[in-house]
Every structure is written in C-alpha cells, then in structure tokens.
Design a protein around this ligand. Structure first.
Ligand code: ATP
Ligand code: MG
Length: 421
C-alpha cells in the first residue's frame, strides 16, 4: 500500500526480492497493486536491508525519484525502513514458478501473493460487484435467505446433512424456494449472491461442493424470454466493467475480452440435437452432457461468432417439478441454460405458479406434497407469474479467463478432497 504524505512516499508491502550488490542494495517491494523499486545506498539502511528475507513485510519511507530505467519509471530513496515481520525460509511454495493447483490451494495465503493468481480474484470481485450493481440499478431488492434448511430443494440426494440441535437439517443447495417466496410476498424483483452447498462427489473441472450462487427472480414476466434478456444485459454490463476496471489484470493473465453482442443466440434443445446429429451419438439422452455443451459452444462460435448462447425448451424429463411446461407441448418446458464458451453457467426458467398444476407436477416427479407444504403454501394465497435464474460466479470467471479448473477461480475450494484451508 502506497501512502503519500507531503513530500514523503511510504510503501507498505512484501519484499519480493533483495538484490544485494555490496555498496548498493535494491529491494523490490510488492503490494496488491504492483511492484516498486527501493534503492538503498545509506550505510545504516544497507545493514538493515541485508537482514531481510524474501516475503518479509516492511514499511519503507523516503523520496520518490524519477528514473525511466526502473519499473513504474521511479524509485524510492529511503530514509527509514521498518521491518514488520521476517518471513521464515524456505517458503513452502515457490512464488516465482507455477506449482500444481493442489499446492497452490494448500498454501492459498502464499499463492494469492502471485500477481497472476491475485488477478483472478480481483476480476472476480469486479464481476460480483458489477452483477449486483446491474440488478440493483434495474430495481432488484437484495435479499439473504437462510442456508440452513429442513428439506432439500429438489428432494435430491446431493445435500449435506447437518445436526440442528436434536433435528436433522441440511445446508441449502439453492435459494430457489425462498426467492420464489419473495415473489409471493410481492417483492417483484430480487437478487441474492451467496453460498450454496452441493454434496456432489465429482472429481472434475466444473463442480465444487460449495459455490457462490447468483440468484434472481422476477414477477410478472411475459415469458422466460424476459429472464434471458436480463441475463444477457447483465453479462454485457459485467464484461464492460471488467474491461474498464481490470485492464492490468487482464494483461497479466493474457486475456483479451470483447464486449459480447446482444442478443445471444437462442437455440432450442431440438435444434441442438439436430445440429449435433453428425458429431454426437447420444441422441437417446434428453439433456446435453458436457461434451454436447462443448460441441454446441464451438458451433455457435463458428456460426454466430458468439461466446454465449441460450439452449432453450428443455424436455420435461430433465426439468424440475416447478418449471412451467410449454402451452402447446406438455413434453417441453420453459427452461433454458446459458452456455458460455461451451460450459453451462446458468439455468433459468419460468416457474409454474398455478397451484393445482404445480401440485400435479410435483407428484408426477415422484415427490411428496407433505414434504413441500411450506413451499406449496406460497401458491395458495395469490402469487404473480414469475421466473428467474441461478448463475455460478466461479464458473463465469473460469470461462471469462479461460481457466482450466473452476477451483482456480475459487478462493477456498470445497471438493471431496479439499476441506482445508
Ligand atoms: P451441472 O449440470 O453443470 O452440474 P446444474 O444444472 O446442476 O449444473 P444448477 O442447479 O442449474 O446446476 O445451478 C445453476 C448454476 O450454478 C449452474 O449453471 C452453474 O453455473 C452453477 N453450479 C451448479 N452446480 C455447481 C457446482 N457444483 N459447482 C460450481 N458451480 C455450480
Ligand atoms: Mg443447470
């Protein structure tokens, strides 16, 4: 952190390197914004600098002197050095080479000092804030729903049970029911950005057991097209913000972002199956698997020059009980997925708000109404038509920055093998 106090400049940061040339010593100091050179010639300060070890934390106070041959075009000639802490040597993680992902996660506090890795999380901060800001500007209320729930949202098996005093409870896998409750409560438009938990024993590059879910829900929609419009505008807004705010970080990561053009292509599941016919022999499957998503991603890139597309009209067989079915065809729903560079980043849908139909759909999916009483009650005393979406923050950033693994855009990944730190 740099502080300017009159003529004096103060640099607080980590010692990246001590270059001791005897009568002169160069310190390279790093903070969250960059690196700075400190040039020491004073004898007393020289002996102090020689005590320093890499990654120690210091405060250096002195005068800034223009010098076109050093980083930033200036160097600090110090008058005072204060050593806050000396770093033990050797460091458990070498910060100047690429270590494996597991090791980088094991020593998160150290790997985050590497500008390449810090850049990912600085961009993630922008993405989070931009999405929040976009929806708030559009009249959405921010909510926070409980993450301790009595029943699984979808009656599914991928929940973490917890002991809640003498009862069994679960960690929430989605705020789905509560954001719908807010529609029933008349809040019209809500957004929640918060953690969700999924006991998915995957060992792949796109699943976490805890991730940051961006959830929106909107009342009085005409169709799920309204939700798609919100999402594409929000993503365009977000990418513009990242380009504006994170130029330096994008450069460090070697990423050139382009503002996506609207509208994103819409392709029905039926059309996708047709397109994939020659390249993909899984026609009997109702959903697209990751390979299908990837192939469709390349097709859309080639055909429309777009990184994004909406895959629409999912079959009822892979929909949730609360998704609304198409008026003209009971086997199709108003559910869509948003695919970014060949990976799902969002599922969105118009919800079924008519009580009797909802109840029947729930039964048709083999679920028990008594277990969903609190949810079903939202639909008995007046509820607007509504729809919404859930997006994974870490997946958006993974795709934006062409990262190989979603764990790279997760501060503290929880996976079947990672529980510490
Ligand atoms: P997938 O089919 O890829 O496992 P999903 O369809 O089960 O995902 P949804 O319930 O639709 O996921 O969740 C909405 C969004 O949340 C997804 O589009 C994705 O961006 C993100 N997401 C879902 N599950 C995970 C996970 N385990 N780890 C990270 N992000 C996730
Ligand atoms: Mg989904």
């Amino acid at each position: 952190m740099i502080v300017q106090r009159g003529e004096k400049t103060i640099i607080n940061g980590f010692v990246k390197q001590v270059r001791d040339l005897g009568k002169i010593c160069f310190l390279i100091i790093r903070d969250i914004n960059g690196e700075y050179q400190v040039t020491i010639k004073d004898e007393k300060l020289l002996s102090q600098a020689k005590e320093l070890k890499d990654e120690s934390v210091v405060r250096v106070e002195g005068k800034r002197v223009e010098n076109p041959s050093v980083i930033n075009g200036w160097e600090l000639i110090p008058e005072k050095i204060e050593i806050y802490t000396i770093a033990e040597q050797p460091l458990p993680l070498n910060l100047s080479i690429k270590s494996g992902l597991d090791k980088e996660i094991d020593y998160r506090f150290l790997s985050l000092r590497i500008p390449r890795i810090a850049s990912i999380f600085k961009i993630e901060s922008t993405v989070n804030n931009a999405i929040q800001e976009f929806f708030n500007k559009n009249g959405f209320f921010t909510i926070h729903t409980s993450k301790i729930v009595a029943a699984a949202t979808e009656g599914g098996a991928n929940v973490f049970p917890i002991l809640y005093f003498d009862k069994q409870a679960f960690l929430a896998q989605s705020p789905q029911f509560y954001k719908q409750m807010m529609m029933s409560a008349g809040f019209e438009k809500v957004i929640e950005i918060g953690p969700v938990f999924r006991a998915e024993p995957h060992h792949d590059t796109r699943h976490l057991c805890e991730y940051t879910s961006i959830d929106i829900e909107v009342s009085y929609i005409k169709s799920y097209e309204d939700i798609m419009k919100y999402l594409e505008k929000a993503l365009q807004y977000t990418i513009k913000k990242v380009i504006k705010i994170n130029q330096k970080e994008l450069e460090i990561l070697g990423i050139k972002l382009e503002i996506p053009k609207l509208p994103f292509p819409r392709i029905t599941m039926k059309e996708a199956k047709e397109i994939l016919k020659s390249k993909y022999n899984k026609e009997e499957e109702e959903d697209l698997d990751p390979e299908g998503e990837r192939l469709m991603g390349s097709y859309v890139k080639e055909t429309y020059n777009s990184d994004f597309f909406f895959l629409t009209e999912f079959p009822w067989s892979v929909a949730q009980f609360y998704h609304m079915r198409k008026k003209e065809d009971n086997n199709v729903t108003y559910r869509a997925d948003l695919i970014y560079k060949g990976l799902e980043i969002s599922t969105l849908a118009q919800r079924e708000h008519r009580y009797e139909i909802l109840l029947n759909q729930l039964k048709e999916k083999g679920l028990h109404p008594e277990e969903f009483k609190f949810y079903l009650d939202f639909f008995r005393y007046g509820v607007p038509p509504h729809g919404g979406a859930g997006l994974g923050l870490e997946r958006i950033v993974k795709q934006m920055l062409n990262l190989e693994n979603v764990q790279e855009s997760t501060l503290l990944p929880r996976t079947p093998t990672h529980l510490v730190p």
